[in-house]
Design a protein. Sequence first.
Length: 144
Amino acid sequence: MPRKGTTLTTVHTKGRTSAVVPRSPERGADAAARELELVLASLEDSKAEDVVTINIAGKSALGDFMVVVSGRSSRHVVAICDHLVTDLKHEGFGNTRVEGLETGDWVLLDTGDIIVHVFRPEIREFYNIEKLWATPEIEEGRLH
């Protein structure tokens, strides 16, 4: 179990997902965890590639989790996003804000608790946002 304040990164590969520990129960961690499960299932159903989940709870006021995925083409990116928005609405998480759908290079979906970035592979490699959020842990004044 991760220490409070640490970033838990989970890499999802065909049928295998490590456990994700949500943030504290004060702000509906159960709802965020259920929403994350729905997001990951929808992404898997849409054949999204290279799915990475980053726990940003306590590190950012943006939400509890960030999910970064790739689509094979602009058309695939748009299809992944359309499918995810539909699935979220069907499960009662219908307030998703979407940006970038017009071009299909990089689409950002914000559910409030979860931020999903859907990229074409070249765009994802260029921006490399996983690296931005993978900061080294500082403990007792030393970097690990």
